[in-house]
Design a protein around this ligand. Structure first.
Ligand code: NDP
Length: 244
């Protein structure tokens, strides 16, 4: 645990849901966690309070991952605080579900932009700093949808599959330069994102017959960020109760 003392992590969309659990998990093993959010400051503050209550440390940072300039400035400011970024978790994501035949262009664009432009906007400046130190771990949140293609989620499935391929490509590019790049693909996890999902029907399809908890995803992210995962890169880890 001491090994992570003084280390710095950025968690995009770290204010709620899975991102909150990841922020708590990383803070719990000693990372100073930059908890990113887009608009809900109260949720980010709540996350930070829980982190501090547990003896951890961090701060809330607002930026919209789809906005290039805004994101680069935020990354530079976060980096300047400690002159290091050890871990990046690309967790921010949205859904805008609907059958493809009826899908408005804005729903296609917003979901893909948040996932993939977001990946580009945040990962590129962070990676530059990690490469200079020849050290770092990046984990991005994909989804079961990105592996199988969910009905009613063509936009989300494309976005999440894109994250997998982008991560694998970058992983190959930087593997010998000390930076590991991995992906976690959750199934159905109890957060606000699934509020409108037909949970009862989906539960029938889950071999473990239950929805996952954000902490069950967060622990895998923490592992992939840790030295215990020192020989793992370009990997996709499913956390889905046996669904796929
Ligand atoms: P939530 O909807 O609960 O939380 C989303 C988080 O992302 C919030 O912190 C939100 O901040 C932030 N966010 C959204 N858009 C932006 C943006 N443009 N810039 C910065 N932050 C943004 O999502 P979950 O916790 O459920 O999901 C987290 C990740 O896990 C997502 O990538 C999701 O696709 C993935 N996932 C989730 C599953 C599930 O079943 N819940 C299953 C598989 C994958 P704010 O509140 O300020 O807008």
């Amino acid at each position: 645990m001491e090994e992570k003392e003084g280390k710095v992590a950025i968690v995009t969309g770290g204010s709620r849901g899975i991102g909150r659990a990841i922020s708590q998990e990383l803070a719990g093993v000693g990372y100073h966690v930059f908890v990113n959010y887009k608009s809900n400051r109260a949720a980010a503050e709540e996350t930070l309070e829980s982190i501090r209550r547990a003896g951890g440390d961090g701060e809330a940072v607002a930026f919209d991952v789809t906005m290039g300039e805004e994101t680069i400035s935020a990354v530079n400011e976060m980096h300047a605080r400690f002159n290091r970024i050890d871990v990046l978790v690309n967790n921010a994501g949205i859904t805008a579900d609907g059958l493809f035949a009826l899908m408005p262009e804005k729903d296609w664009d917003s979901v893909i932009t948040t996932a993939l432009k977001g990946f580009y906007n945040v990962t590129k400046p962070v990676l530059g700093k990690m490469l200079r130190k020849k050290r770092g771990a990046i984990v991005s949140l994909s989804s079961l949808a990105g592996l199988i293609g969910n009905r009613g989620q063509a936009n989300y499935s494309a976005a999440k599959a894109g994250l997998i391929s982008a991560s694998r490509a970058v992983a190959r590019e930087v593997a010998r330069l000390g930076v590991r790049v991995n992906v976690v693909a959750p199934g159905l996890i109890e957060t606000e994102m699934i509020a409108k999902a037909p949970v009862a029907t989906i539960k029938e399809m889950i071999p473990m017959a239950r929805i996952g908890e954000p902490e069950e995803v967060a622990r895998v992210v923490r592992f992939l960020c840790s030295e215990d995962a020192s020989y793992i890169t370009g990997e996709v880890v499913s956390v889905n109760g046996g669904m796929y």
